[in-house]
Design a protein around this ligand. Structure first.
Ligand SMILES: CCCCCCCCCCCCCC(=O)SCCNC(=O)CCNC(=O)[C@H](O)C(C)(C)COP(=O)(O)OP(=O)(O)OC[C@H]1O[C@@H](n2cnc3c(N)ncnc32)[C@H](O)[C@@H]1OP(=O)(O)O
Ligand SMILES: Cc1cc2nc3c(=O)[nH]c(=O)nc-3n(C[C@H](O)[C@H](O)[C@H](O)COP(=O)(O)OP(=O)(O)OC[C@H]3O[C@@H](n4cnc5c(N)ncnc54)[C@H](O)[C@@H]3O)c2cc1C
Length: 603
């Protein structure tokens, strides 16, 4: 165990276990989490030491193996795989890979349970829940992701056969990006333009079988595959799909809200946007996901900064890099943000559960409110977490660039979240129709003769800024309210208050221009904010390692040499280097193939 980390832990002014329990929702919740986690951490099949040295094909193979192991484990332990089962959420939450179960449960099955009739649910949900079928959510196309109404895939009703016929009429209508579509899924919920009696009724969802259940071969009319290598998400076979006259029974259109009768009559839903429910669920989940990702990266960078000593500041004294105020100014706001987003994530899950049960019972009034807040917070938290994770990586210096750091993987998997489930600018704009002050500006533009679309586009930058400011304000308010409600010992409360104040003051400092421009604060007041931040950084310094310890990430989850609990960074780094595939033999084969020739040549 690193002496530096031991000292940090000894010097903490609060009880680490108390904070872990507080963040988990009580000691009993911590116990349940640890019990579930031990199932994963004690099953060797979930872990590969050489994970970061595998080829793309091997990584995909590994992710499917993990998927299978997870399903077996759930069956053995009697854990029902559904997104609203806390034990399942705990279990899947300690697997640090993207595996197909997320989309299968979170988008494929949830679309059916939210938008399917009782009969459809009776037929499909047991098949999905028992993994007799593997599903994904195929909406995005080559030419249209954001503009859902512009999708080109068609589902045309043929009343003589009571079937829908699905087609990708153009290259641009090829489904593109859906996760686990390329090689894994045999079914998909597909978004397509519904046609009946020669009239288009817009986007609706259809369950389509894509592959044979016996040999997994694509069914007639289905052309399907992986879209190729990406920045990250290397476990995922994001796919392409073309449909050529694929027939499905009428009953495969999800018909809880919108319906097509056997005779081909279209019956509209009370709110067409109810068809977007799966996207809303994942946007909500991503708020908590951002918090967890930033907490993981903060843990690695803060532990490493306590172990790392650099630059002799007095004879024989090389301080821990965590003692430099500049390092604290990089890292402690990330720690504070992770906590703030954690509370925002809890708020979103509670709000989602409340509104979701209203929607299930047919009351759709709060759908738009849920959409506004989930869009804004999804964008704000994924944007901020992505930037914060990179700050953590850079704070690890040179070793931060090695895959041994562990932050790269976190970054690569959070990065697409600023695009998937709604590109963030577009999501901010969805949240901005909800911010009162921007309406004034829009009215001004309208009075100057612009039409609604023109005015909206012209005010776009301000609208996005307003949405960001609103999300930030909401998160600060929710953070302070959540702390007030928690039952904590005075020593823990003191630490948590300092971190919350740091979050608030740092936010003002970062956006100082806006506060000055609006006349809300003077330069003198901003100087007070800066002084307060310095004071708070020194308060947080003493407890920083203990706070990240309280997140309680297992080393098997973090997979970081720089951020492991024992801080034995240098021995581990040396062993990591020795295990590099390039070091397998004493002399690499390229020597005899090329270098030796060069040495022998008479150039
Ligand atoms: C962090 C670490 C985690 C790691 C891994 C996680 C893995 C995750 C895996 C996930 C894999 C990724 C999986 C994927 O990526 S799945 C694909 C995700 N795709 C998208 O998210 C597409 C984004 N685009 C849209 O959602 C729509 O097209 C938007 C919203 C832009 C416009 O829409 P549309 O073109 O239809 O517009 P309209 O003009 O007809 O209507 C506008 C009106 O509609 C209201 N409205 C709009 N939407 C909703 C809604 N949902 N609930 C309630 N209401 C809604 C809106 O407020 C407005 O209301 P009002 O103002 O008129 O009253
Ligand atoms: C890793 C990953 C996984 C994915 N998984 C799935 C999946 O499982 N299923 C699925 O169906 N899809 C999936 N997607 C697709 C994803 O949902 C879309 O890529 C996303 O919704 C963005 O759409 P787009 O690609 O069309 O971006 P575009 O809309 O083309 O964005 C390009 C630029 O245009 C801007 N822009 C677009 N419209 C507007 C506007 N109205 N106002 C202002 N600016 C605008 C954007 O801000 C952005 O800067 C996935 C994508 C990725 C990267």
């Amino acid at each position: 165990m690193s002496e530096s980390l031991q000292t940090e832990r000894k010097n903490a002014t609060f009880n680490i276990k108390e904070l872990t329990d507080t963040l988990n929702g009580g000691p009993e919740e911590t116990r349940k989490r640890k019990q579930i986690e031990s199932l994963v951490f004690n099953t060797p099949a979930f872990h590969r030491q050489d994970r970061f040295q595998l080829s793309r094909e091997e990584i995909y193979d590994y992710s499917i193996k993990v998927y299978g192991e997870l399903i077996k484990l759930c069956k053995k332990e009697n854990i029902e795989i559904r997104y609203d089962n806390p034990d399942y959420v705990r279990l899947v939450g300690c697997i640090p890979e993207e595996i197909p179960v997320g989309l299968h449960v979170g988008m494929f099955s949830s679309s059916i349970s939210d938008q399917g009739t009782e009969e459809q649910q009776k037929k499909w949900i047991p098949l999905a829940r028992n993994f007799k079928i593997f599903g994904t959510y195929a909406q995005t196309e080559l030419a249209h992701g954001t503009f859902v109404r512009g999708l080109e895939t068609t589902a045309t009703y043929d009343e003589s056969k009571q079937e829908f016929i699905l087609n990708s009429p153009t290259i641009t209508s090829t489904k593109w990006w859906p996760g686990f579509l390329g090689r894994t899924s045999n079914h998909a919920v597909i978004a397509a333009q519904l046609y009946t009696k020669s009239k288009c009724y817009g986007i609706h969802m259809f369950i389509v079988q894509l592959r044979d259940l016996k040999d997994h071969k694509p069914l007639p009319g289905v052309t399907i595959g992986d879209i190729g290598d990406k920045f990250g998400f290397d476990t995922v076979d994001n796919g392409f799909l073309r449909l050529d006259n694929v027939h499905i029974p009428r009953e495969n259109m999800l018909m809880k809200y919108a319906k097509v009768t056997p005779e081909g009559k279209y019956l509209p839903p009370t709110n067409a946007k109810v068809a977007y429910s799966a996207m809303t669920l994942i946007r909500v989940v991503l708020v908590r996901g951002s918090a967890k990702a930033l907490a993981s990266a903060s843990t690695i960078a803060i532990r490493y900064s306590a172990v790392r000593h650099q630059t002799e500041t007095a004879p024989g004294k090389e301080p821990q890099v965590l003692d430099y105020v500049t390092q604290q100014y990089k890292l402690f706001p990330q720690l504070a943000t992770a906590l703030a987003f954690g509370f925002a994530g809890n708020y979103m899950i509670d709000t989602f559960n409340k509104i979701h049960s209203e929607i299930s019972s047919g009351q759709l009034d709060a759908l738009s409110e849920l959409h506004g807040i989930s869009s804004g917070l999804k964008a704000y938290t994924t944007d901020t977490a992505t930037a914060g994770i990179e700050v953590c990586r850079r704070a690890c210096g040179g070793h931060g660039y090695s895959n041994a750091c562990g932050i790269q993987h976190i970054y690569a998997n959070v990065l697409p979240c600023v695009t998937l489930e709604g590109e963030n600018t577009v999501m901010y704009l969805q949240a901005a129709s909800k911010v009162i002050s921007t309406i004034k500006r829009l009215e001004q533009l309208r009075r100057s003769g612009m039409d609604q679309d023109e005015a909206w586009n012209t005010a776009g930058i301000e609208l996005v800024q307003a949405a960001k400011a609103h999300c930030h304000y909401f998160i600060v308010k929710n953070y302070l309210r959540s702390l007030e409600k928690l039952n904590m010992t005075p020593s823990l409360r003191k630490v948590m208050n300092s971190i919350a104040l740091l979050y608030g003051n740092y936010g003002i400092d970062e956006n100082a221009g806006d506060f000055l421009e609006s006349g809300f604060m003077t330069g003198e007041q901003l100087n007070l904010v800066k002084a307060k931040i310095l004071q708070l950084l020194s308060e947080v310094r003493r407890n920083a390692v203990a706070v990240v310890d309280a997140f309680d990430f297992d080393d098997k989850y973090l997979r970081s040499i720089l951020g492991a609990y024992d801080g034995d960074v240098y021995n581990r780094l040396y062993n990591w280097a020795k295990s590099s595939p390039l070091n397998k033999t004493e002399v690499h084969s390229s020597y005899t193939e090329y270098l030796q020739q060069l040495l022998k040549s008479k150039l």
